[in-house]
Design a protein around this ligand. Structure first.
Ligand code: NAD
Length: 268
């Protein structure tokens, strides 16, 4: 079944990274709730036995599973794995929702190119709260003006592989755009030693790691005599998983064309 054949009343879900933190949270929501069903599970061979207890087809490669299974693919893994998923759906026409972060600019470009061949969605943060912030922050930045320096600080659990987080970079891109800057030209991720005065043309994006923090992102607007802090705290992975399933339902019936995002999904 491709996206056109999937009915929004019951969306079959194929999870890539099914044994991971996000994959297992999504699996739990799919099996516990209504409106979705588990259609297939993909993870590394060492997790195969555990995943086979769910009674759906299991594989260690998505391309081996797709010809036999219908549904929307949801992938929270690692950049190279998500790219392989995108290449696999480009060959079959299945819809794909990717939540993986840490993609290089070249990998983002390839994902966008593959989205011309199959319906593909990517978002560095699937929570409604962060996506609403992404809508509001440019207005705040523009209204406050250049007198307010922008710094972003994110905190995550110690097992997170990429730094700064994909969400912090998306927030940075959004705020740089509001100032008509290009984030790679103005980003500062680390200060050490005699660094001198902070340039005005700069956005700091800093990472803190440790413990079991699901995810905290704070944007600071530091101005003359005052500061504004806008903070988002994820209390659990469930809101990301709910967002991914909302995106999977929204992707049903979408045509290939351009890379879809959570912003598109929330706008309907
Ligand atoms: P995790 O390490 O717990 O899970 C990743 C899973 O991918 C593991 O089960 C691993 O075995 C599997 N995997 C790795 N290589 C594979 C391969 N070749 N084939 C099949 N499976 C493979 O990580 P996590 O915390 O679940 O996060 C996964 C990704 O999702 C990260 O990039 C993270 O930053 C991102 N993330 C995004 C959001 C969002 O809202 N977009 C939210 C949370 C996490």
């Amino acid at each position: 079944m491709n996206a056109q054949d999937t009915t929004p009343d019951n969306v079959p879900i194929i999870i890539v990274g099914a044994a991971g933190r996000m994959g297992s949270t999504i699996r739990g929501l799919v099996t516990a709730g209504e409106g979705f069903s588990l259609a297939g599970l993909v993870d590394r061979p060492e997790f195969r036995a555990g995943l086979e207890t769910f009674g759906v087809p299991v594989a260690d490669r998505l391309d081996a599973l797709l010809p036999k299974v219908q549904g929307v693919v949801v992938d929270f893994t690692a950049p190279e794995v998500s790219l392989a998923s995108a290449r696999a759906v480009a060959a079959t026409g299945h819809s794909l929702v990717v939540g993986t972060t840490g993609l290089s600019p070249e990998q983002r470009e390839e994902l966008a190119a593959l989205a011309k061949r199959a319906p593909i969605f990517w978002s560095s943060n699937m929570s409604v709260g962060v996506n609403v912030l992404l809508k509001m922050l440019p207005a705040l930045a523009r209204t406050l003006g250049d007198a307010y320096d922008i710094e972003i600080v994110e905190i995550h659990h110690g097992r997170k592989k990429d730094s700064p987080s994909g969400t912090a970079l998306t927030l940075g891109e959004c705020l740089a755009g509001a100032r008509e800057w290009n984030l790679p030209d103005v980003r500062c991720s680390g200060r050490n030693g005699i660094i001198g005065e902070r340039p005005k043309l700069q956005i700091g994006v800093q990472a803190v790691r440790g413990g079991d923090v699901t995810g905290i992102h704070t944007v600071y607007f530091l101005g003359p005599g005052e500061r504004i802090e806008v903070s988002h705290h994820a209390h659990s992975r469930e809101n990301f998983a709910q967002g991914a399933l909302r995106a999977a339902r929204w992707m049903c019936g979408r045509a290939p064309g351009r890379l879809h995002s959570m912003q598109d999904c929330l706008e309907g």
